[in-house]
Design a binder for this molecule. Structure first.
Ligand SMILES: *[C@@H]1O[C@H](CO)[C@@H](O)[C@H](O)[C@H]1NC(C)=O
Ligand SMILES: *[C@@H]1O[C@H](CO)[C@@H](O)[C@H](O)[C@H]1NC(C)=O
Ligand SMILES: *[C@@H]1O[C@H](CO)[C@@H](O)[C@H](O)[C@H]1NC(C)=O
Length: 246
């Protein structure tokens, strides 16, 4: 009986105990005057260490990031993209290789904001597509790649502090600038190389219109993915461990 109580008490307290941040992660205290500067360095350092996962704090490998979402369906746009498509098995490369990253936390609104510039971010995926690019038919399935060049983005996390932990209540992701987009869909038209090359050229020549059409859907899924990632951390690491005692 006593033993059983001891076991229960141990289990209960274990589930309430915050996991410490990895000892190599820089920590910042919300009371320090230069908090946002500290947070910026801390997040930059953390990104650079994510060339392996840290499952104890819920963080994935960011160098070769496998998007933990099954099949994603995107609708047609209005200017260039007159096709629906699905993508799956999405992998992102170079998510840790930012050229500039600033982090800030507003403790009045509980909004954490990241401003990130990337020279290049590479997506690999499997796709299925059926419809038209401008007026030209596009159809097929296979693997594809998209490279975003000189991309600037803003990610926000709206948090709520509850029982010594933060919970994520909302996340957003917004592209601020896009220098260029390279797109390549392999095996279009059952592998007809001539048609396939032609449609890939058309898509790349019209990348601005493609990006405008696809932006909202891509931002939404990115917000969900970043939000899910950060939510895993918040489930394990207490508010005090993240930012010091209030
Ligand atoms: C980060 O802040 C610095 C200094 O204010 C600025 O020069 C840089 O453009 C910012 N980077 C991003 C990605 O916003
Ligand atoms: C999340 O934030 C966005 C942008 O501020 C807003 O449009 C959306 O309604 C919010 N969603 C929730 C669930 O609060
Ligand atoms: C990206 O930025 C670099 C450095 O500013 C520049 O040399 C390059 O031409 C840019 N590329 C695109 C596609 O905007």
């Amino acid at each position: 009986m006593i033993n059983r109580i001891v076991v229960l008490v141990v289990l209960f307290t274990a589930s309430c105990f915050s996991v410490p941040l990895p000892s190599t992660f820089k920590k910042c205290n919300r009371k320090q005057a230069d908090f946002n500067q500290c947070l910026t360095t801390a997040v930059q350092d953390a990104f650079h260490q994510l060339d392996k996962p840290y499952p104890e704090v819920g963080l994935p490998n960011l160098k070769h990031f496998i998007v933990p979402v099954g099949t994603i369906r995107f609708g047609a746009g209005t200017s260039v993209v007159h096709f629906t498509h699905i993508v799956k098995n999405v992998k992102i490369d170079k998510l840790a290789d930012f050229s500039s990253l600033n982090a800030s936390m507003d403790f009045n609104t509980n909004v954490l904001r990241l401003d990130i510039d990337y020279p290049i971010v590479k997506f690999d995926f499997d796709y299925e597509v059926d419809g038209k690019v401008l007026v030209m038919p596009i159809k097929g399935q296979g693997s594809g790649q998209i490279h975003l060049k000189n991309a600037s983005m803003v990610v926000t996390f709206t948090l709520e502090e509850k029982n010594k932990y933060y919970k994520l209540v909302n996340s957003t992701m917004t592209f601020k600038k896009m220098g260029g987009v390279m797109i390549n869909l392999e095996n279009l038209f059952d592998g007809n190389k001539e048609l396939s090359d032609r449609i890939n050229v058309v898509m790349n020549e019209n990348w601005k219109g493609m990006f405008q059409d696809l932006k909202d859907g891509y931002q939404k899924i990115n917000a969900e993915v970043f939000g899910g990632m950060f939510s895993n951390v918040l489930d394990k690491v207490s508010a005090a461990e993240l930012f010091g005692d209030p």
